[in-house]
Design a protein around this ligand. Structure first.
Ligand code: SF4
Ligand code: SF4
Length: 202
């Protein structure tokens, strides 16, 4: 995987490869100088909006960017945006941890991890689901040659939370699988919970 990432690292300069032995991620929300909930806008889809409604008891206008009281639906795969106020997500708690942790969107569950695949035939990264990807992932998780696609678990360098003990093989495998499930479409993603990534709950 190190060699595979080296072939496309110039395209992902804000990311670093996560392998067994990488320091574990621990969210440092209350002291974080970056704070992803402040600097990023979060997009979400219909399934995630429903999950937030159920988990929080909030109506959509209370957590989505709206116009004239109606959620703004952008022409994107993830049509909604979490509402923001005072330069941060409106759901961020006063303690700087997520105020709606159970209902938070997939992007919040995913961050600061991310999975890409290298297509060995073209030497290019693959960002969206293509046939054969899952089989390659399973081969990689079994320690076999994953060809034709090489899954690469990355971390966003701006997040300072990688301060924990070294991640063991099993924990790394679980993280890779869960990040993949969150990232690559509803048919693989858990409908509720099953979070990976940021642990923003106090
Ligand atoms: S996930 Fe990373 S960037 Fe976001 S608050 Fe936690 S430590 Fe900071
Ligand atoms: S983790 Fe919570 S507070 Fe942070 S952006 Fe997501 S929903 Fe908002």
């Amino acid at each position: 995987m190190t060699a595979a990432f080296a072939r496309i690292a110039h395209r992902f300069t804000a990311y670093e490869l996560v392998l067994p032995g990488t320091p574990a991620f621990i969210c440092l929300a209350d002291t974080c100088p970056t704070h992803c909930c402040k600097i990023y806008s979060v997009s979400l889809g219909e399934r995630e909006a429903v999950r937030m409604e159920r988990a929080s008891g909030l109506a959509r206008f209370q957590f989505l960017e709206c116009e004239d009281g109606e959620p703004i639906a952008l022409p994107l795969a993830q049509p909604y945006l979490l509402s923001r106020s005072e330069g941060q997500c409106s759901l961020l708690g006063a303690n700087l941890y997520c105020g709606q942790y159970e209902g938070r969107p997939d992007a919040c569950r995913l961050y600061p991890h991310f999975v890409i695949f290298l297509d060995e035939a073209t030497d290019r990264p693959v960002h969206s689901y293509v046939e054969g990807m899952e089989a390659s992932l399973e081969r990689a998780l079994a320690g076999e040659d994953p060809a034709p696609f090489v899954p690469l678990l990355l971390r966003h360098l701006e997040c300072p939370g990688f301060t924990g003990p070294a991640v063991g093989l099993e924990a790394w495998q679980e993280l890779l699988r869960e990040t993949w499930q969150l990232q690559y479409g509803n048919e693989f993603a858990p409908a509720e919970g099953g979070a990976t990534g940021r642990a923003s709950s106090p």
